[in-house]
Design a protein around this ligand. Sequence first.
Ligand SMILES: NC(=O)c1ccc[n+]([C@@H]2O[C@H](COP(=O)([O-])OP(=O)(O)OC[C@H]3O[C@@H](n4cnc5c(N)ncnc54)[C@H](O)[C@@H]3O)[C@@H](O)[C@H]2O)c1
Length: 269
Amino acid sequence: MSKFVNQITFITGAGSGIGRATALAFAKAGAQVVVAEVNEENGRKTVEQIQEMGAGALFVRCDVAYPTQIDAAIRQTVDAYGRLDIAINNAGIGGKYGRLVDQTQEDFNQIMAVNVGGVFYGMQAQIRQMLLQQKDETLTNGNQLTPPQPAGGKIVNVSSIAGVRGMPMGAPYSASKHAVIGLTKTAALEYVRQNIRINAVCPVYTHSTMVDELINTAPGMEERMRRMIPLGRFGQPEEVAQAILWLCSDENAFCTGQALQLDGGMTAG
Ligand SMILES: NC(=O)c1ccc[n+]([C@@H]2O[C@H](COP(=O)([O-])OP(=O)(O)OC[C@H]3O[C@@H](n4cnc5c(N)ncnc54)[C@H](O)[C@@H]3O)[C@@H](O)[C@H]2O)c1
């Protein structure tokens, strides 16, 4: 599958789990991937894995809790490749496992800064760049009789099944992932005429560092989590990656403002 040949694809949190699987899947499909990560060692490892596949990738250090770092990362992307076609706002943290009254202001603020701020400021920087590209293209094609089709762009934000239902012992996390869906739907409506399609994915428990941490919070936790999923297993990062690719593909051009639940049937009942 080479659906994304030379598409410049910016992915946050691509040093691990779902982000890394998504980076590898886009690279395999022909994209030029920008790995934006706060963990430099892991981010560079993803870049190495992509290069071993014979594809190109760039590492940019970026803590998504800081808008200036996101702006700088998008600037570095454009300096290197000249444009931005696809952005995946995936970086996220799970936060503290505990009841609502035991969550501190610091716990709440940290998760909001990364999980919500990362998506909000991420989309601001990404959409600004995508709009700029359209202006350039309109100027170049300005003397044609038919108005040029806006080049547009695609954005996928990584929410969670905790973004569509409550998550006992994770109130700030659940609130942050609900917010990601609100941002996704609103931005999708605001930029639909500019041909920027914006969707979200909402995975249930998926094998990753984040889920391993949750599993280790109590004995028997893994089994309890597994029983909540009708399919009887956790998701794989590669399965989430494939859904993200599909959301970004041109075959899926009519889909925007959606929050796709990848939950082994959990919310069907
Ligand atoms: N694994 C799951 O079960 C699951 C389920 C639903 C949603 N999610 C969401 O998927 C996304 C990816 O999580 P994962 O499961 O792959 O976890 P992970 O911990 O394996 O990966 C998260 C990555 O984000 C990076 N990151 C964290 N804070 C960052 C910051 N401030 N700036 C830049 N990068 C940062 C980490 O270094 C790490 O590489 C998260 O948004 C998470 O909330 C995960």
